[in-house]
Design a protein around this ligand. Structure first.
Ligand code: ZN
Length: 285
């Protein structure tokens, strides 16, 4: 029997708000009142408006980074869709603009799967370095990388270190699924996994129509190897459980909604706290 995914209207509305253009949520103020940006997305701003905003009014930019790789029964672009929706949801709260998403990353161990694209560490490091350096050159003081893919982390951290020291800016790299580890355990009462309960729920809140429980079978999941125990390329399963027996996708719309909100609250809190501490310390003010 084919299982159907039931989505409540509230989840659909939340998803539409999360994935809609930021301009729809930021109407222009009338008369002499302080102007609200016509959009928080750099893709949608003209250069004249950008020059009025940065750095005089806005000093922070969110940079979503991800990958194109298999994810169980959720989209290959999950690692892009998640941080992009996160950026749209929190940008006003942290008073930031949103840079275009870097939709390609390093996924050599999964590139054998249909639709995957992987780029080399060397190329990725150079591209990230250039993007961060250019954002600093445009006047941003706080560059917040919202990373959606664990395979990128080491190269992102290295680029962040180089650019921060060379350009005298502050760079924060956030791996949301690790930051939200305790939220995963409290919402699902279990640990998570790559394309597991946590990532599936998050992306279900963003693009519910592109999650496919009818294609799912628990045999598609494998526990991640204990450190150093073994290594398989290509990976044997695209759902990688952090702990054996835990982290299978639940496809529950209420959990998806709750998880999306709690993860975003946590990421926004981290960003605000980090910037406040940089400010207090007087670093690169
Ligand atoms: Zn992922």
């Amino acid at each position: 029997m084919r299982k159907r995914l039931h989505i409540s209207p509230a989840v659909l509305i939340a998803a539409l708000l999360a994935s809609g253009p930021a301009s729809a949520q930021a109407p222009q103020a009338a008369g002499g009142a302080a102007k609200v940006p016509t959009s928080r997305e750099m893709n949608l701003l003209c250069w004249q408006e950008f020059s009025e905003l940065v750095p005089q009014k806005i000093r922070t930019v969110l940079v979503p980074t991800g990958s194109l790789e298999p994810h169980g029964v959720i989209p290959n672009g999950t690692d892009n869709l998640a941080p992009e929706a996160m950026a749209r949801d929190i940008s006003a709260r942290v008073d930031a603009l949103i840079a275009p998403t870097l939709n390609y990353g390093m996924t050599d161990s999964m590139k054998a799967f249909p639709g995957a694209v992987s780029i080399s560490a060397e190329a990725y490091g150079m591209v990230v370095d250039d993007i961060l350096r250019n954002l600093a050159g445009n006047g941003f003081k706080n560059i917040i990388v919202l990373n959606g893919h664990g395979g990128n982390t080491a190269v992102l951290n290295a680029a962040a270190t180089r650019v921060a020291n060379r350009e005298r800016v502050r760079v924060l790299v956030v791996n949301w699924w690790t930051l939200a580890d305790d939220i995963t355990k409290s919402v699902f009462k279990q640990n998570g996994g790559h394309a597991g309960n946590n990532e599936t729920a998050y992306v279900q809140a963003v693009v519910p129509g592109h999650v496919h429980p009818e294609r799912y079978n628990a045999d598609m999941a494998s526990p991640n190897p204990p450190a150093g125990a073994y290594y398989a390329v290509p990976v044997t399963s695209t759902i990688g459980l952090y702990e054996k027996g835990q982290g299978y996708p639940t496809f529950d719309p209420a959990q998806a909604r709750e998880y999306f909100r709690k993860v975003n609250d946590r990421v926004a809190e981290l960003i605000l706290d980090t910037i406040a501490k940089w400010d207090r310390a007087g670093i690169y003010k």
